[in-house]
Write a protein that binds this ligand. Structure first.
Ligand code: PRP
Ligand code: URA
Length: 231
């Protein structure tokens, strides 16, 4: 049973998306303890990186559950048939540079030789609007399921720009699974409202955005904290 986070009246309702487009990791005590470490403003960077990567690994595993599988039987060493399954389609990752690169190692841990494309989008520090600088993607990306990786989905501006790059390359909306650590009702509404067939996997739905487009209670600037450019 998915817990619907309490949101102030100013945040849009996301009930219609939960469990359909939005897959929230089970809010276990373990997950909450991992979040407690990385949300602490006094967390050491090595702890921030280590515990973020643990959550990323959980997100990647949850995303793989959403992929299509096909029947694949094998013979066991004791002469019986195991009625198994295997992935039914090609897969690739796409990270939104820079913060999305923090999720590449977690994806490679479970999908050894996976192809990973990159899209460079940066939010203007003042206007908070996203700007596309660069994209490098597998040539056959239109035939693949795509795990789009960005740890933060706030206003949704960066995500919408990244998703548009994928759509322009011919990736069907329903083949995109967007993975993030933290999101907020405003970001969910922006992305799922525009792209109703896309699926989103997250480990936390925050209360709302503040006036500087940061999530509350939030984590601060994820990229700066992960890559050590915050001091
Ligand atoms: C962060 C984050 C997202 C974006 C989310 O990137 O990684 O890409 O903000 O915010 P939005 O939903 O309001 O667009 P940022 O531009 O701070 O750059 P970084 O990757 O270098 O940290
Ligand atoms: N990007 C971040 O790194 N953090 C936020 O809260 C919002 C956007």
């Amino acid at each position: 049973m998915i817990q619907i986070p309490s949101a102030p009246s100013s945040a849009p309702s996301i009930e219609q998306y939960l469990g359909k487009n939005v897959h929230l990791l089970p809010q276990t005590h373990q997950l909450r303890a991992l979040h407690t470490v990385i949300r602490d403003r006094n967390a050491r960077r090595e702890d921030f990186v280590f515990y973020s990567e643990r959550i990323i690994r959980m997100l990647v595993e949850a995303s793989l559950n959403l992929l299509p599988f096909e029947k694949h039987d094998v013979q066991t060493p004791v002469g019986r048939t195991y009625e198994g399954l295997r992935f039914a389609s090609k897969l690739c990752g796409v990270s939104v540079v820079r913060a999305g690169e923090s999720m590449e190692a977690g994806l490679r841990e479970v999908c050894r030789s996976i192809r990973i494309g990159k899209i460079l989008i940066q939010r203007d520090k003042v206007t908070k609007l996203p700007k596309l600088y660069y994209a490098s993607l597998p040539a056959d990306i239109a035939e693949r399921q795509v795990l789009l990786m960005d740890p933060m989905l706030a206003t949704g501006g960066s995500a919408l720009a990244a998703i548009q790059v994928l759509l322009d390359k011919g990736v069907p909306e329903e083949n995109i699974i967007f993975i993030n650590l933290l999101t907020v009702p405003e970001g969910i509404t922006a992305v799922c409202g525009r792209h109703p067939k896309l699926r989103l996997v997250t480990s936390s739905i925050e209360e709302r955005l503040n006036e500087n487009a940061y999530m509350l209670p939030g984590i601060g600037d994820f990229g700066d904290r992960f890559f050590g450019t915050d001091v």
